[in-house]
Design a binder for this molecule. Sequence first.
Ligand SMILES: [Zn+2]
Length: 568
Amino acid sequence: MADLVIRNGLVVDGTGAPPVVGDVAVDGGRIVAVGPAGTVDARGDREIDAEGHVVAPGWVDVHTHYDGQATWDPQLTPSSWHGVTTTVFGNCSVGFAPVRPGTQDFLINLMEGVEDIPGSVLAEGIDFRWESFGGYLDALDETERVMDIGAQVPHAALRFYVMGERGADHAEAATTDEIAEMGRLTAQAIEAGALGFSTSRTTKHRARDGRFTPSLTAADAELLGIAEALATTRRGVLQCNSDFGDDHELDLLRRMAEVSGRPLSFSLIQVDSAPDRWRDLLAGVAAANEAGAALRVQVGSRPIGVIFGLEATLNPFMAHPTYAKVAGLPLAERVAELRRPEVRDALLTEEPGGGFGAFLARALGRTFELADPPDYEPAPSSSVAARAEAEGRTVWELLYDLLLADDGHALLYHPFENYSGGDLEPVAEMLRSPYAMAGLGDGGAHVGTICDASFPTSLLTHWVRDRTRGERLPLEFVVKRQCADTARALGFSDRGVLAPGLRADINVVDLDGLHLHKPQMLHDLPAGGKRLVQRVDGYRHTFVTGVETYADGEWTGATPGRLVRGAS
Ligand SMILES: [Zn+2]
């Protein structure tokens, strides 16, 4: 007897092995049998006929920012809608522990600036009832949720905790004692169950008040000191986000991996300022691995894209003086105002003020209408600038019409990274690297500007099924990148693969019917905050330890998710 048998599905086991039409049996939250159709004789208490559907492990998403949301939202949407069954946050140096009582605003201000999560949402949503990282983990442990979660120690919070106000300034060097204290607290957090330590060295990451992220230029001694402390625990991982401005940078990350003896992963992104740098970085990663250091890269499945719209944080008219007069109105009233002929005339003749005009002049050549389903590899010839030219009208006329469609709910898409050449060939090459794992979806973050938590779904829809502008990728390959590779990178040996004895975290997906909808704005965050989310059709069933959490996009109400403590 088994609790659950999923029969006749196209079983993609996560290891990269070719798909097999077969059965998966689950008992007591674990997989008990996997094999070709007919393998499982026993009847299940529940039987699912998965004929024509993909049966794969639950996605393991290692790059999210649910640090706050995980304390108030049991569903962790939108990731849970997209088949994610394990999510890891505390990335990119930001998070909410350790924290001294009375100084929480510093961390909120940083998260608001770096990850575009409104401070009011965080202030109302998070009940700061911890000081140490272990205390934060205990608080997470008390909350029920749909999926497993794990957290990493964020460098910025740690630095501020140990160095006080000096720690907020990235140019301030930590003393020897302070480095030792940061190392001690990191080791202590790892012992308590933190999955690793994260840092950020990118100028893209600024606090709400404009200051750079506190870890931006942290000295080698500080980072290597923390890495040494990690070595004493023999556990945990290192994560970093960097601009890689010079050769020293990758060298430093490599030394962190060497000194700690622990794996380090970083975000690999194509940037316009150096569109081939990612190749050099991959070569450096390969060399490091050959020399014994475990460096890995986190790779997106799409461009990193900013969303423009009247409901979003950014829209092309926001720096027009006439728009500024109506900017504060609720959407319906704003749309009514914008539709008045005299307002239209003014908008189409004015120029955007300040630096925004210069930004748009570049951006609009790579800004696209976002349809349903969205095209995440749009041809440059379909940009709003190219379309306006082809149609013989100004780009502002076209933008005005596009943004006012759908009663002002329309959205535009500006891929700003991974898209220097106007296609995703670099992403295909990054994904094929033997050191790559899927990542970078940033679930829970950038709620008014970016909506990329659906990256795991795009691996299936775009890369396996729909791509027309280049080669597609095999199903078993992308599933491995999102399951076994991510799980292994974080040290999870109990998930990421469908095999007897492992956790029954399973997705049953109608690949033919998988439909990624265009993003939409919801107003459901604490304090009435809004966020971009993206729905999907085609995930028929998602199971976490054998318990069904989602059926055809609807939450079953089950909360089998737990905090994963790395040390236990
Ligand atoms: Zn991040």
